[in-house]
Design a protein around this ligand. Sequence first.
Ligand code: FDA
Length: 309
Amino acid sequence: MLRRALLTVSANPAIKNLATTAPGISALVTKFAAGETTHEAIGVTNELVSQGFLVTLDHLGEDTTDVGTAVIIRDAYVELLQRLGRAQLARHAEVSVKLSAVGQALPGDGPQIATDHARRICEVARDVGTTVTLDMEDHTTADLTLSTLAQLREDFPHTGAVLQAYLHRTEADCRDLSNAGSRVRLCKGAYNEPPSVAFQRRDEVDLSYVRCLKVLLQGEGYPMIATHDSRLISVAEALCTRYGRKPDDHEFQMLYGVRRREQRRLAEAGKQVRVYVPYGSEWYGYLVRRMAERPANLMLGIRAMLGRG
Ligand code: FDA
């Protein structure tokens, strides 16, 4: 309920303006993001890799409304990938891309522009020796995103997708994407979705997550188990054993700044753990979703807006 209300209210431009200019907000942003520059993102990546983690980097931005910005974001990914290559980090760090950031929502040929931009990012990722995963946004974009994924996978077969357990369709999508070579990040889902397309209750989402996980772990692809939920992590560990999964044929994923101790515990137990590291100046939408997930984060946000952060 609170989550839904926050996601709705946050779309108001006045609230956005208030939040992004609040004096205490930058301390909260640095809890969940690596900084604003590529240099800072590479620094955080280096540190995480030296601690034994894998990384996926997200250049923050979404719902781009002009072609110029879409090009700037594409080029930021290209620069980031080239720098990961030069720093010998590409074996351990890939990138996560929101298609709406690179133009999907532009009127007219937006989907084609986004696919072309994602293709360019995939080319550079391949050249430096890493991969790309397409983030999943609200349900209205799911078909478009999966269609772009299919096109990209013809030339870049290791391009990954995100599927959201809260959507009714996702178990079927997992079946479609559980074939050899497929990389699927399974998460609960972070957007405000209606009951016509998404489970609303936490227990329904969790049960769906387990059903989807079973499909992926019994398949031939590479499942990426993206959750901080201790119960689901335990279920995933048990299912990996049941289905004979080896440490190198799946991975766990968590967000930068969230449950660091659990990230370390899994890594120390010999699991592959990838940390999702966002960076850049367009942090508003990302931060709102993190606040909506957890009342304690929302309190931090309110305190920051009141200048008591
Ligand atoms: P849940 O929200 O139930 O949290 C379980 C526990 O984890 C909480 O009790 C708390 O202890 C801790 N926790 C969770 N979130 C926290 C936070 N923000 N701050 C502090 N503690 C927190 N979504 C999407 O729609 N599209 C996408 O492409 C992605 N991509 C993505 C990548 C990766 C690597 C991850 C880990 C997540 C995503 N998500 C996403 C977000 C995802 O859908 C979901 O909103 C969050 O992961 C929170 O759900 P949990 O599974 O962690 O469970």
